[in-house]
Write a protein that binds this ligand. Structure first.
Ligand code: CMX
Ligand code: CO
Length: 175
């Protein structure tokens, strides 16, 4: 069997520097090449909503961001259900979310104790949190919230377990 008759159109566009289709304007690259099963999943994430950083002292962290970068607090809130106080600092269409625990059994208190200050989670904005959460579950994802729930500043959110997401705690955020 000749390699020409066995030609797989996906192989051409994965070749670096010179398959038959390379440079042919009539044969656009398939952006899903090499993406495996994700070709079936429509893009659900519309923006980075926020990067959350766990800190021991919210005031100190706010001062650091203001003095170092000129970043100012847009919103401040205590989220009792999560045992956190947060400050949101806007960066273009996204936020830095500075987080500190309000009680000892808060997930952020546990995180600080175990790992110290630092990046706690990434919030990805989605158009519809329920739809995105169902898509994660359909892929066998390990979710922390079976149903979307209220987040801060009137958002609807759901968390995905970091152990099932390459070590990053993910929050789906619908505005
Ligand atoms: N990022 C990455 N890994 C994390 C993590 C985080 N934020 N938090 C915990 N882990 C890891 C731990 O290091 C640990 O790993 P090992 O088993 O390798 O040691 C593992 O996950 C289990 O961690 P744990 O300390 O035993 O903590 P729990 O399982 O009790 O809780 C989690 C972890 C993610 C389930 C819990 O923090 C949670 O439910 N989080 C979602 C809610 C939340 O974080 N709310 C605050 C934010 C509110 C907001 O954004 O508004
Ligand atoms: Co968050």
């Amino acid at each position: 069997m000749s390699p020409v008759t066995a030609r797989n159109p996906h192989e051409d566009s994965e070749e670096k520097g010179g398959g038959l289709a390379a440079g042919d304007p009539d044969e656009p690259r398939d952006p899903m090449d090499g993406m495996g099963d994700s070709a079936d999943t429509p893009m659900l994430l519309t923006e980075i909503d926020h990067i959350a950083i766990a800190v021991n002292d919210l005031g100190d962290a706010i001062d650091y961001y203001r003095e170092t970068f000129g970043a100012v607090v847009e919103h401040r809130e205590i989220v009792e259900s999560d045992g956190v106080e947060e400050a949101l600092l806007q960066v273009a269409e996204s936020y830095i979310q500075l987080l500190t625990p309000t009680r000892d059994d808060s997930p952020v208190a546990k995180y600080l104790e175990k790992r110290g200050e630092g990046l706690h989670h990434v919030g990805y904005r989605v158009a519809d949190c329920a739809v995105a959460l169902e898509a994660v579950k359909a892929q066998g994802g390990r979710v922390l919230d079976e149903k979307p729930r209220p987040g801060s500043r009137g958002t609807t959110v759901a968390f995905i377990h970091p152990k099932a997401a390459f070590g990053t705690l993910i929050e789906l955020v619908q505005e």
